[in-house]
Write a protein that binds this ligand. Structure first.
Ligand code: AMP
Length: 424
């Protein structure tokens, strides 16, 4: 096949009408749940100051070091296509004085994000996420409720075999000591670590826990575990989260090496997967955690917060794999056909009357022959076809054909909308 001159950029996709139906179904479920839990929707710009992300997500994360789409504007500013939603929302929280509102502030979003990743199954350079953030609340009950929200959304969409992985990353009180212990462990294995991890060892040894290289994973499996180094407060917080989950009947799997790809997390981190081969291949459907230090970095004030995000394309890949289709669009029950110039003019206007009356009507205004228009009407399976011929158009009448019985009659054009309203 001849290669087209213009195609979507690597790792980016058109959302075609078929997928748009999945997007809309997911949006509907997410919005219903967001409304129930009283989250308010927010949309931040696609571009932000590069520093918001480099400082917010962490200079030594893969996202900041390798995956940001960054450019210099004509005015000389460095801007970045947002790789995630949390840092911009915290920026907005401060910018709009949300800290003066009753706390916590609960926000949700449904938006596209950008990461310069190596494209593969479930990993794109432009992808969509829905996310929830609870800002201004330190209680462990929020961590559990966020996990509940993500698992509710996924269940509602039809996932039945969800696996929740959870861990605690401690806080600025206990993590530095764990970091030291971890560094000395990895130093003793430095010869086996991959090139990237040798660098990570100097910059941020916790990132090694996230390495996908087989040889590093083997070393990681024997590494000291953070749960053994949590301070009393972090230990208590984590215990409470787990108790809430148990009480809710949400089973979890403690993964002592779950760190997630962003540096801002403190205490609880979680990821939700769908069991099975394809689920594993696609990766986490949702993930998040607590980020009590992020507000300090962005707004210079300590404000506890927690949140998470779900990957929409990944969800769609698995829904398709499960052959779960979003509900089909409601088809119109009426088709409007026209023959001749005068009739076409009237048909164009008549459609507007139907639209105002909120009655969906299909048409094929560009066609001339009645036969080809009737074929379209048949294919749509409408109940009634309205035919405006030249004669009817001049006389202010219209022919109504019942497509099931085949009966037809001519009625005044003025009455057609109320007539159809009664019939359907
Ligand atoms: P994160 O923002 O990294 O915490 O990711 C949250 C969720 O977004 C993940 O669990 C994935 O479902 C999804 N996600 C993250 N990165 C990508 C990507 N490059 N392509 C598609 N989905 C992604």
């Amino acid at each position: 096949m001849k290669k087209l001159k213009f195609q979507t950029p690597t790792g980016m996709h058109d959302i075609l009408p078929e997928d748009e139906r999945y997007f809309q179904e997911i949006y509907k479920v997410v919005k219903e749940i967001a409304d129930f839990y009283r989250f308010q929707k927010i949309e931040t710009p696609i571009l932000e100051d590069t520093e918001l992300f480099s400082r917010g997500i962490g200079m030594t994360t893969d996202i900041v070091q390798k995956e940001m789409f960054t450019f210099k504007t004509r005015g000389g500013d460095f801007l970045t296509l947002r790789p995630e939603g949390t840092a911009p929302i915290i920026r907005a929280y401060f910018q709009h004085g949300f800290k003066n509102l009753p706390q916590p502030v609960k926000l949700w979003y449904f938006s596209p994000f950008f990461r310069y990743e190596r494209p593969q199954l479930g990993r794109f350079r432009q992808f969509w996420q829905f996310g929830f953030e609870v800002i201004g609340e330190e209680s462990s009950v929020i961590d559990a409720q966020l996990i509940l929200i993500f698992s509710n959304i996924l269940k509602e969409l039809g996932f039945q075999n969800l696996v929740l992985k959870i861990n605690s990353l401690g806080d600025s009180n206990c993590r530095p000591y764990y970091r030291k212990v971890l560094t000395s462990y990895f130093k003793s294995k430095v010869n086996v670590l991959c090139q990237d991890c040798r660098r990570r060892l100097k910059e941020n040894p916790l990132r090694i826990l996230d390495c996908k290289e087989e040889r590093c994973q083997q070393i990681v499996s024997q590494a000291p575990q953070i749960l053994d180094y949590l301070c009393e407060a972090c230990k208590a917080h984590f215990k409470e989260v787990l108790e809430f989950l148990e009480d809710l009947g949400i089973s979890y799997y403690l993964d002592p090496f779950l760190v997630r790809g962003l540096d801002y997390y403190t205490r609880t981190v979680f990821e939700i997967f769908e069991e099975g081969e394809k689920g594993k291949a696609v990766g986490a459907l949702a993930g998040g955690g607590r980020y009590d230090n992020l507000a300090k970095i962005i707004g210079d004030e300590e404000i506890p917060a927690a949140g998470g995000a779900g990957g929409i394309e990944r969800i769609i890949i698995l829904l398709k794999e499960k052959k779960m289709k979003p509900p089909v669009e409601k088809k119109p029950k009426v088709f409007l056909a026209q023959i001749g110039g005068e009739a076409r003019k009237k048909a164009l206007k008549l459609l507007e009357v139907f639209r105002e009356a909120k009655i969906p009507v299909a048409e094929s205004l560009g066609r001339n022959s009645l036969k080809s228009q009737m074929r379209v009407a048949d294919a749509l399976g409408v109940k009634y076809t309205l035919v405006l011929g030249q004669k009817e158009a001049i006389e202010g009448k219209i022919l109504v054909k019942d497509m099931i019985s085949g009966k037809q009659k001519i009625i005044p054009l003025k009455r057609v909308v109320s007539f159809i309203k009664k019939k359907i």
